[in-house]
Design a protein around this ligand. Structure first.
Ligand SMILES: Cc1ncc(COP(=O)(O)O)c(C=O)c1O
Length: 383
């Protein structure tokens, strides 16, 4: 059996309920939602509504229609950034961003959007004061990666949200690594836009994600097209979610996502997190005892998500991951994790790190297997 420790990329395995919901949707609710008045279309539409409502419950969103379905977090980030920013606008972001945001911002900068990259410290932590000091009269948005996909650092989102609110700028949170793990309520964090994947901490299938659009944020749609509503008009319907959702949605995936969130809400976010935190403790304590291993990222006592980056002295991260896969059947991810700026910040560019990322589906024996394998690899290179 493979030991899967690449949950920051995609959580796997999925709960049985998720697989069952996808199957049930394909078998029994296979029509196109919102495209017909017949029973099957209405049932498919109900799948979408139910999942929207569950997402709203999870994140404390008062109006479920402000949840937009997307392909993944990257799609949601692009829709949010391109929907707001125009040449001449200024956006403040950080050196811990994933390429899902860094690349769209790089291209927007070429088009005349001004971008300030606030430098995080060597543990990946951003000082909210540095964000505040970067604000300008033309600042339109603060974009923040809530939790690092490289080393697990959690940013002070409450403070940053407060700064954004006081300055009257849009606070856009990338919750790709925190959604489903940290307790996120959009009003507590004063979030105006929030991108989240369905396939990581919400236990849904790949091809799912979402964007929360707060009241007062008007987005230009990135894509326009058929919505099944106001079809007589060539103008895109201005109402949400239709404004930002064109074309046939991933109904089976969204059915699975709904089941994933039901699973999460049923078990309890806090309970599942406590379970994963125990594994995280075992992993961090175990790695600290292996002399040739260096863990990268925040101090042990800081809040973090279960994403652990480490180096093995004398070996390239890709060699370590290769041996873990081929010899020990353990799946981790080496390299830059689509976050070169974060690795520059942490001092691990260009080789990157070995990343082990956990979910509540992991067990103590998975962690033991990784620790034993790393210990043996270290003993091998000492010979
Ligand atoms: C912090 C962060 N943002 C964005 C993304 C992109 O997510 P997706 O793969 O759902 O597009 C990831 C993916 O790992 C991520 O870790």
């Amino acid at each position: 059996m493979v030991v899967y420790l690449d949950n920051a990329a995609t959580t796997w395995p999925k709960p049985a309920e998720v697989i069952e919901a996808v199957k049930d949707c394909l078998e029994n609710k296979g029509a196109n939602p919102g495209r017909g008045g017949h029973r099957l279309s209405l049932e498919a539409g109900h799948v979408l509504l139910e999942t929207r409502e569950r997402i709203a419950t999870l994140f404390g969103i008062p109006d479920p229609l402000r949840v937009i379905f997307t392909l993944n977090a990257t799609d949601a980030i692009n829709i949010g950034l391109r929907g707001v920013l125009s040449p001449g606008d200024h956006v403040v972001t950080t050196s811990m961003e994933h390429n899902a945001a860094a690349r769209p911002l790089y291209y927007l900068a070429k088009e005349g959007v001004e971008v300030t990259w606030v430098q995080a410290d060597s543990s990946g932590l951003v000082d909210p004061d540095d964000i505040k000091k970067s604000l300008r009269p033309n600042t339109k948005m603060i974009f923040l990666n809530h939790a690092s996909n490289v080393c697990g650092t959690v940013q002070p989102a409450i403070e940053v949200g407060q700064i954004a609110r006081e300055a009257g700028v849009i606070f856009f949170l990338d919750a790709a690594q925190s959604a489903g793990y940290l307790d996120i309520k959009v009003d507590d964090l004063k979030v105006d836009l929030m991108a989240f994947p369905g396939h990581k901490g919400l236990y849904g299938p790949q091809g799912t994600g979402g964007l929360y659009v707060g009241p007062g944020v008007n987005l230009r749609p990135l894509r326009v097209g058929g919505t099944g509503s106001s079809s007589e008009d060539l103008e895109q319907p201005p109402i949400l979610p239709d404004l930002l959702e064109s074309g046939t949605p991933n109904t089976p995936g969204i059915a699975g996502l709904g089941a994933g969130i039901k699973y999460l809400l049923g078990k309890g976010v806090a309970r599942l997190r406590a379970q994963t935190e125990k594994l995280l403790d075992t992993l961090l304590n175990g790695l600290a005892e292996i002399p040739k291993v260096k863990v990268i990222g925040p101090a042990r006592e800081r809040e973090r998500v279960p994403v652990v980056s480490f180096l093995v002295e004398g070996l390239d991260p890709s060699e370590v991951a290769f041996v873990l896969d081929k010899v020990y059947n353990i799946a981790v991810r080496p390299g830059l994790h689509c976050a070169p700026l974060a690795h520059k910040t942490l001092g691990t560019f260009p080789a990157g790190t070995v990343r082990a990322s956990l979910s509540s589906m992991n067990t103590e024996s998975d962690i033991e297997a990784l620790l034993n394998a790393i210990t043996q690899i270290c003993q091998e290179i000492a010979r």
